[in-house]
Design a protein around this ligand. Structure first.
Ligand code: TYD
Length: 426
């Protein structure tokens, strides 16, 4: 490895924060009855200290610029930082550097508290030894001072930034610098600032930092629950959030998830097929799963993806094993060759009284063949999921699904993130 310490700029290097910064700047300008400049000018707010941008780009006096910066920080604290995402590929790189014992710190023009809030929200904080920005009401921070504070005397350092101010500060301190051109600095400003190295993608940083690329471990999540518990909504929200955190995530569903498996799904849910025997149904679900695992899930996990599936094998145990009363052990046995060892790392069980869930489901769309089962069937399904949670606590997360979609999502994110961190996934 080429460096013992790496100093990271935040916006435009670790996170793509442009949408949040631009919307907050627009809010401040309209609050102060100032003209809103073009998008090109607004993008120039990304990087330099706020007060400088308000002065130089919007013609404000020093005093006005300070008022604008305070307004900005107040707004960004509550709203702006949500429109933010970790660049894909950053997480595995941070993990690799960390595993090699590298000192990692963040030196940003944002306030320290805002930077920490963002890194906390994306579960990136544990990767850093120190996170430093400006203090809350400090308007004229020098990047050099922030870097010195962030480094705490650690040497053999390199600064990674996307603006000339990052590169020039590194040079003044006598440390190497890497300019990333995927951030917000113009090509011209980066060339003129003469960085030690230049990266046009996160991928290119591996070589410039002298770290060997490691293959990522995949992570498998299933989302389960009774019909109408909100699984599909939560699967989508979890996917969006994991992408925002910089994970290479994908969603899929059962029954179905691959072309052949989707054909089996159509047979399974068709209301014309009311004469289907329970065992036929169980074998068809297992057949659809076998195809789905081989064609979609296994290859994605090998490529290091985070796979989120809307239902998996536990649905068969609950619906066919308990609901249809075929026996949970027997259903688990016929599914063993279909699952082929690919049990989820985490199963999110959305726990909601089956009567409430069914009512919700009926409002949403017409019932399919399985949903047409009598109430006691759905009660048995619920009891089975609760039992599965009680006996598989290392895999299962039980989430109360009676609140709003946002509240449920927040509970899901927090608990899934902890599981993923503990398992060593970046
Ligand atoms: P799905 O399309 O996920 O419906 P919903 O979004 O309403 O949950 O699943 C269709 C139905 O198939 C659903 O009622 C649950 C049932 N099912 C089983 O009975 N066994 C299984 O193994 C799976 C995956 C689903």
């Amino acid at each position: 490895m080429k460096y013992k310490s790496v100093v990271w700029d935040l916006d435009g290097v670790l996170t793509d924060s442009a949408p949040g910064i631009i919307s907050t700047t627009k809010y401040v300008l309209s609050k102060m009855n100032k003209r809103i400049p073009s998008d090109t000018v607004l993008r120039m707010f990304l990087g330099p200290p706020l007060a400088v941008s308000f002065r130089e780009l919007c013609g404000m006096s020093e005093k006005q610029a300070f008022i604008a910066s305070d307004l900005y920080r107040e707004r960004y604290r509550t709203d702006g930082w949500h429109d933010n995402a970790v660049y894909p590929g950053i997480r595995p790189l941070l993990k690799a550097l960390r595993d090699k014992g590298c000192y990692l710190c963040v030196a940003t023009g944002k306030s320290t508290s805002a930077a920490k809030r963002i890194l906390d929200a994306f579960f990136l904080t544990p990767y850093f030894d120190r996170i430093i920005g400006s203090s809350e009401n400090q308007h004229n921070v020098q990047k050099q001072d922030v870097i010195v504070d962030a480094l705490q005397g650690n040497n053999a350092a390199v600064m990674i930034g996307d603006r000339d101010s990052d590169i020039l500060a590194a040079r003044a301190l006598g440390i190497d610098s890497i300019a990333v051109s995927y951030g917000y600095g113009s090509d011209e400003e980066l060339v003129l600032s003469r960085p030690t190295g230049k990266a046009d993608s996160v991928d290119a940083l591996w070589e410039l930092l002298g770290v060997e690329k490691i293959s990522q471990n995949g992570y498998f999540i299933s989302v389960e629950g009774n019909d109408g518990c909100g699984k599909t909504t939560q699967t989508g929200l979890l996917y969006e959030w994991l992408r925002q955190c910089g994970f290479d995530a994908m969603t899929t569903r059962e029954p179905g998830g691959s072309p052949v498996a989707e054909k089996i799904r159509a047979i399974l849910l068709d209301k014309e097929n009311m004469s289907m025997y329970g065992i036929t149904e169980a074998l068809l679900f297992a057949a659809s799963r076998a195809q789905h695992v081989k064609e979609v899930i296994e290859p994605a996990l090998v490529r290091g993806k985070v796979v989120i599936t809307d239902r998996f094998v536990d649905s068969s145990i609950a619906y066919q094993g308990a609901g249809q009363q075929l026996g949970e052990d027997m259903v688990a046995q016929i599914n063993a060759p279909a699952v082929d060892g690919h049990y989820p790392d985490t199963t999110v069980y959305l726990d909601l009284d089956y009567r409430v869930a069914l009512k919700r489901r009926k409002h949403a769309s017409e019932a399919d063949r399985i949903e047409l089962n009598p109430e006691d069937f759905h009660q048995r399904v619920q009891d089975a999921f609760r039992r599965l949670h009680a006996t598989n606590r290392e895999r299962y997360l039980k989430i109360d699904a009676s609140g709003t979609a946002e509240d449920i999502a927040r509970a899901v994110y927090g608990q899934v993130a902890v599981r993923m961190m503990l398992s060593g996934v970046a």
